[in-house]
Write a protein that binds this ligand. Sequence first.
Ligand SMILES: [Zn+2]
Length: 338
Amino acid sequence: MMGRPGSYENIKNRQTGYLSKSDSYSILDIEIDQSFENALSSGLCDLKEKDIPLYDYKEIPEFLKGNPFVTNGYRVSLPFTLCLKSMFIWTNETINIWSHLGGFFLFIFFMLYDNIIEIPHNGGSFADHAIVTIGLICYQFCMLCSAGFHMFGCHSERASKRWLAVDLAGILIGVIGCYLPAVHYAFYCLSIWRDIYLITIAVLSGLIVFVQFHPQYFTNHWFHQRIAVYIGLVAYGVIPATHWYFLNGGWSSEIVRMFIPKVVTMYCLGMLAFAFYITKFPERFFPGWFNFIGSSHNLWHMGIVVAFVWMQTCLWIMMDYRKHHPCLQDLQIQVKHE
Ligand SMILES: [Zn+2]
């Protein structure tokens, strides 16, 4: 679908211009020239497809380029309210937005379910409530940041960079959200190791935030370094997992046979999702076929949600295991192995 003639010039003017209206303000580099209440009262869904022109890849400004195999369906430099409303029409970001908005609501549901039903049912402590809730809030934050990036990234170059930073921070928080409950339950009865690993993860995450302050960090120039930092953080999990394997007596132990395949599945899910992201499969082989649904980024988003849900189901099994195998019993098994 092509844009209206002349509209792109206006867009370029808005994109390069600074805020001039006294009644406008800016949040995360998004110029808000109409109050949010107005946007709501005008009806978020009150929109026809023709109100938002969609552009071909060759027409869009440089800051929106990145995947030439998604050939059409781009929104360009929309104002705040249209960015918000555009989630209700088909663009090449619709699935990206809704997959993670859906994830956000799903993890709110899990948070309520865990705190009201699952944890009390398993006789969990205050620490269990706190850790599981923080983990799920991390997932929710990750989902919202991502949905925000895909919703507002088309607003302007400055907003796009700012929201990319928000999106990457969200991924960092999401990874922390996986580590927290996993380490808490894996080292439930070995609090010294639990604390050591939690502190190490906090330090590593702090280092990533520190690296993000480098002015080059959010440019394409640093794309590979950015990927390497995140792979490093995720790969670090192999160390506590291997340590846990030996602490629990290796493959002969019931708990190891029960959970190591789940950890391996978690990594496989993550790697599969990342493989879609990095290879731009399937659209690389069929340019233009997956502009609106089924592109690599859609699959990457779905993969992240599935990985987080998988993590959550593992936690439920772990909680149930802890209910039937209190720490004392665990320690006795360990002594027998030594
Ligand atoms: Zn995304």
